[in-house]
Design a protein around this ligand. Structure first.
Ligand code: R5P
Length: 260
């Protein structure tokens, strides 16, 4: 692995503990004005002190985030469909590697739809992007196991995550499921979990804790943070789980503002 690739990875995954709190606010690329992100800048800016890496689209980056901000960016580079279209998440490349470099991305994110009718398109799309990104030392985060019909169990998550890693992804993002250790054991690259739909805060914190303790290196969480009744307290609590080994109970106390 070359120096640039390692350096960018160390911006995304903090070398002090090998973990990361990634804040996912890229939902607009297929969901439009997602609840909580209508004014993306006023939601995201107060969360940045507790965020290691920000995952978003180039449009959101250009329009809502000041270039002087000190936060590593994982840029969403796949897309092409919407929640009202016929082929949800039948994605291809929507941002060139040159633009990702121009925007000074520390990494890029690309979704693959293993098991969907159009899996081949998304898998060939990511592999082509990995070839281009590796030319410039830019890590690719594979977003796996998305899509409504996907059976979310350890067997499927292991399959999707391992395929992403075998094809050259540098980080895999997937959903937390029971027996998550099996997903981690069979995936040779770091794994982060998506948050998924908004849940009660204590349940989302327990999920983050269980994922970390099963071997995930962090979270790439969106709705469970920005749709929380208190997003700042929620990201502080998630950060405590990821970086300070807080228990779900301790983290929930942080969320409620009862613990520093
Ligand atoms: C989905 O493909 C997007 O990358 C989202 O950013 C991702 O699902 C994480 O967000 P959430 O925690 O809201 O599921």
């Amino acid at each position: 692995m070359d120096w640039g690739m390692k350096n960018r990875l160390s911006k995304i995954i903090k070398p002090k503990d090998g973990r990361t709190v990634m804040l996912a606010v890229d939902h607009g690329y297929f969901m439009g004005p997602t609840s909580g992100l209508e004014q993306l800048d006023s939601m995201v800016n107060p969360l940045l002190p507790y965020t290691d890496t920000l995952m978003l689209t180039r449009g959101a980056l250009r329009n809502y985030i000041t270039p002087t901000v000190d936060i590593p960016i994982v840029l969403r580079v796949s897309g092409g469909t919407s929640i009202i279209g016929k082929e949800l998440l039948h994605e291809g490349t929507v941002v060139s590697i040159e633009d990702a470099i121009r925007l000074n991305a520390s990494g890029v994110a690309y979704s693959i739809l293993v098991g969907a009718e159009f899996e081949r398109d998304t898998i060939l799309g990511i592999t082509q992007y990995i070839d281009e990104a590796e030319r410039y030392g830019i890590p690719v985060l594979a977003v796996t196991a998305v899509g409504k019909e996907m059976k979310r169990d350890a067997r499927y998550m292991s399959l999707a995550s391992r395929i992403a890693a075998e094809l050259g992804a540098h980080i895999v993002k997937t959903y937390f499921v029971s027996e998550f250790e099996k997903v981690i054991e069979s995936c040779p690259v770091p794994v982060v979990i998506a948050g998924g739909k908004k849940q009660p805060e204590d349940e989302a914190l327990k999920m983050a804790y269980d994922a970390i303790h099963a071997g995930a290196i962090g979270v790439d969480m969106g709705r469970n943070i920005f749709q929380s009744s208190d997003p700042i307290s929620m990201i502080k609590a998630v950060n405590a789980i990821v970086h300070k080994n807080a228990t779900p109970k301790e983290a929930f106390e942080i969320f409620k503002g009862k613990k520093k």
